[in-house]
Design a protein around this ligand. Sequence first.
Ligand code: GTP
Ligand code: MG
Length: 240
Amino acid sequence: RKSVVRITTGSQALDELLGGGIETLAITEAFGEFRSGKTQLAHTLCVSTQLPTNMRGGNGKVAYIDTEGTFRPDRIVPIAERFGMDPGAVLDNIIYARAYTYEHQHNLLLGLAAKMSEEPFKLLIVDSIIALFRVDFTGRGELAERQQKLAQMLSRLTKIAEEYNVAVYMTNQVVADPGGGVFVSDPKKPAGGHVLAHAATVRLMFRKGKGEQRICKVFDAPNLPESEAVFQITPGGIAD
Ligand code: GTP
Ligand code: MG
């Protein structure tokens, strides 16, 4: 049997909330309002995953699928320095790909799975899981097909997590409901419906606090209490 590895988020409080960190063999989803820290956590995990296991890392490489064009290699530098790692070496161990359509996103996953069978990866990031589906399937009449394709992609992610013992960290958007004719986003409602709810092992809801403070709430997880943790976004990444 493969054993679970827990990767530090950079925040002690957040790690404790998660029972030690982001887990391999599982899919962790983060959703919440804009600028709530979903992508910043992705950047921090890019580095912490490469730490040795005795430093709460995963001792492995990182694959990053970016559908929103928000990955910043220069953000990795101060985060690597904070953890005492060489930024160039850290960047070399992040396999990055930008996806432009949901089909492209799916094909990238297939390619990454092949790479993971050859090299020791410990984290797969998809930021965000849903954005391209929302662009590629617009009308109401396309919703059933969208959900079917989304389910296929999520089952691929589950398979990767289990086959290669990696942690999957995916971000999700919140839904926008028509309220009085105007679409208003609901920061407490994740997109993707029951298909996404079913696939995610751990669902986390992020929101903004004061300044650089952020709050993470366990929204749905089989083994975790529904409590909250406060963390900060710092130049060195996610911290307490
Ligand atoms: P969306 O993708 O728009 O839904 O938001 P998100 O949840 O991915 O937000 P993201 O992780 O991009 O967080 C953005 C916030 O991180 C900004 O509002 C800043 O407060 C903070 N931030 C971004 N870059 C830096 C940085 O270099 N240093 C510090 N200290 N904070 C940063
Ligand atoms: Mg983001």
